[in-house]
Design a protein around this ligand. Structure first.
Ligand code: B12
Ligand code: SF4
Length: 631
């Protein structure tokens, strides 16, 4: 028996041994390996290959790339605020790099689709900045490992253009190395427009929908030496069996500019019980709700905690936060009483509060109860995104609070019933909306309300009516978007049928990257479809006006629920709103800077389709937003 090994020897040996373990035939290989005294020789000569024998590719590196968003297309983001400057000098405090790649890589590794032979490198342009590919190859990838690398890119629609540009850049950099690279796009945009990237020659393959099984098939094709197909898509299988999914947040240790803390994250279900007209969730997660085993969820959360305890804090690394933390925890009184809390707030590792990134955590009463009961013993605060009809079940709200729920992101969408009906969002009913928000508050849970403008029936009064609503109900945090025709949704199809797309929604002639539409503008902050009862300018400016009012000092004050003497709650309310408005939500920060925005009376001179303020909106320039954005 012999073995022929070329290139970097250790991973090849691992692969050889896995061949033996799996009972695959190895007798046709010949091993010639020089090991001089004192050191391991890594140069191996290839001889004795049987003439005509096919050598199968070995995947050496899998690069997981998250490109930047195109949130601010007409103005680059600069971190001028207090938080921005601080982070610029000492590094990011806290980020959520996402869970798509951790679930994908966790699954591929657990199921042996990726063996230890393959090195997984991560590049997160939003956190680390858009690092040139030559630098990524130099610092994060071992080009000598294996003979075939794979670049995985994830993108929402608003970052599709950046994804395509990065794909081209990677190909160029690889051409200089002479090594083979397969470029694959996955995520929400790929699931919605699965043929665009390959048709326009940006990527080699697309994975649509859930990634785990489809990507396994793709990697299998590469390893077996078969040509990759343009599209991989698997059915939405059951995920209820224990261990069906496997989250590996450990991949983020590979970030160069690693945040001090990463948002602890999990998911219980995929899919949503609703099928709202404007929503793209069904394209990635399928038409039905599928739950996981709650024990898996609990295990996932447990695995994400701080890296240090009061006893081991002395071993913490250098840096401003760490030195400060070590000193504080070391103080006799403070350390004894508050040491653990300080560590959970500041130490390297994961945040104490964890997030369910489900599409909708409240799909059914039974499963919601099961997951709350399972996580209650963890005694950790949590947050989730769900439908406001949960408020119809006070016992579930109570249970949620008892199990640690502190913040709920509610898709309120609109204070207009006509708008809600146009979305087919049967969970919402504007008659009972105020009461429902109150019930959530009464249960001791904060509300982050999400609103959409430009819906059916919306006129210029919608902005002030919504402001009145958020002040009356004292919604703690607010996010707002202009209705977007995300590809594959009912809203997109309507816009096509009625020829309602505005001119700038199409890919501009001068675009340096070919795209079907002007995807960078699909960021939630641009008017892309002709509104019926407002001018384009009225909708655009009214949107900015709404955000600016909601996050003005008086707007934040009017939404404060506590008593004037409750200093702690007041500080928390202002800090959180400051964080969201100035920093966390770049679009909001941008709106706040647009001092001239008004809800009414705008656009008198621009009643046509092309409002003056919107003419010639440029595409995000190649150099724009060159500072890392909040993740
Ligand atoms: C959580 C979430 C967020 C979080 C993200 C937090 C974080 N750091 O990850 C926050 C609140 C920040 C957010 C923001 C926004 N979101 Co969002 N979000 C979601 C949500 C509910 C779940 C995403 C998720 O994490 N799912 C779980 C993971 C495991 O799934 P995944 O990331 O899709 O990855 C899987 C597959 O897609 C695939 N995969 C993904 N990438 C790749 C790459 C390769 C190469 C391969 C092989 C496979 C693969 O494999 C993974 C495992 O199966 C989705 C709904 C949905 N179901 O997609 C909306 C969704 C993705 N969001 C959406 C939108 C519009 C936005 C915003 C633009 C909203 C706004 N106007 O501000 C912003 C922009 C964010 C941005 N560009 O970065 C839309 C996207 C539509 C589109 N076509 O782009 C969705 C689909 C919701 C909707 N209502 O339609 N979002
Ligand atoms: S409730 Fe939310 S996640 Fe579910 S379909 Fe509607 S918008 Fe999408």
């Amino acid at each position: 028996m012999g073995l022929a090994i070329e290139g970097y020897v250790e991973p090849r040996l691992v692969e050889f041994l896995s061949f033996v373990k799996e009972g695959l035939p190895v007798s046709r290989f010949l091993l010639i390996c020089r090991l001089p005294r004192g050191r391991v020789q890594r140069t191996v000569f290839l001889t004795g290959r049987i003439p005509g024998e096919r050598v199968l590719p070995t995947i050496g590196n899998v690069i997981c790339l998250t490109p930047r968003d195109s949130y601010v297309v007409d103005e680059p983001i600069r971190k001028k605020g207090l938080l921005g400057r601080l982070e610029g000098s000492i590094g990011p405090f806290m980020r959520s790099p996402g869970i798509g790649f951790p679930y994908l890589i966790g699954f591929l590794r657990k199921n042996g689709v990726l063996t230890d032979v393959a090195h997984v490198a991560v590049q997160h342009d939003k956190i680390e900045g858009p690092t040139p590919f030559e630098e990524i190859l130099r610092d994060k990838v071992n080009v000598g490992r294996g003979d075939h690398d794979v670049l995985f890119i994830t993108a929402y629609t608003d970052s599709a253009r950046e994804a395509y540009r990065r794909a081209r850049e990677a190909r160029l950099a690889y051409a200089a190395t002479g090594k083979r690279l397969t470029v694959v796009l996955g995520g929400a945009h790929a699931s919605a427009v699965p043929d665009e990237g390959t048709r326009l020659g940006h990527v080699d393959a697309v994975v649509a929908g859930e990634g785990e099984w489809a990507a396994s098939e793709l990697l299998g094709d590469i390893r077996e030496g078969r040509p990759v197909r343009a599209l991989y898509r698997s059915g939405f299988g059951r995920i209820r069996e224990r261990g069906a999914l496997a989250l590996d947040m450990g991949i983020w240790t590979g970030l160069k500019r690693r945040p001090q803390q990463i948002l602890a994250s999990t998911t219980f279900a995929r899919g949503c019980k609703l099928d709202c007209h404007f929503c793209a969730v069904f394209l990635t997660n399928g038409p039905a709700v599928r739950n996981r085993d709650v024990a898996d969820v609990v295990e996932e959360i447990r695995s994400q905690g701080p890296e240090f305890t009061p006893e081991t804090i002395g071993r913490i690394g250098p840096g401003l936060y760490n030195t400060l933390l070590r000193l504080l925890v070391g103080l006799p009184f403070v350390g004894r009483r508050r040491g653990r809390r300080l560590i959970s707030l500041m130490a390297p590792g994961f945040t104490h509060q964890f997030f369910f990134w489900d599409d909708n955590l409240y799909n059914a009463a039974g499963s919601f109860r099961a997951v709350c009961e399972a996580i209650r013993p963890l005694e950790r605060p949590w947050a989730a995104e769900l439908t406001v009809d949960l408020a119809e079940k006070p016992e579930l709200l109570k249970l949620a609070r008892e199990s640690g729920c502190r913040d709920l992101f509610l898709g309120i969408e609109s204070v207009s019933q006509t708008g809600i009906d146009g979305l087919d969002k049967w969970s919402n009913d504007t008659e009972s909306l105020r009461d429902r928000v109150k019930r959530v508050h009464d249960a001791g849970i904060n509300v982050m309300g999400a609103f959409v403008f430009g819906l059916e029936g919306d006129d210029r009064s919608i902005f002030d009516r919504t402001l009145e609503f958020i002040y009356d109900t004292k919604i703690d945090l607010v996010v707002a978007n202009i209705i977007q025709p995300y590809p594959g949704t009912g809203t997109f199809k309507d816009a096509m049928l009625c020829n309602d797309f505005l001119p700038w929604a199409y890919c501009p002639d001068g675009s340096d990257v070919a795209m079907d539409y002007n995807w960078p503008l699909f960021d939630g902050a641009h008017v892309l479809v002709r509104p019926r009862r407002m001018t384009v300018d009225e909708l655009q400016e009214g949107y900015y006006y709404f955000l600016r009012e909601a996050y003005s000092l008086s707007g934040i004050l009017r939404r404060f629920r506590g008593r004037a003497t409750d200093v702690r709650s007041a500080v928390s309310h202002f800090a959180r709103n400051y964080g969201v408005s100035r920093y966390g939500m770049v679009k909001t920060a941008h709106a706040i800077r647009r001092k001239g925005s008004r809800a009414v009376g705008v656009g008198e001179a621009a009643t046509g389709m092309l409002g003056a303020g919107l003419e010639g909106i440029p595409l995000l320039s190649a150099t724009a937003a060159d500072t890392p954005e909040p993740g």
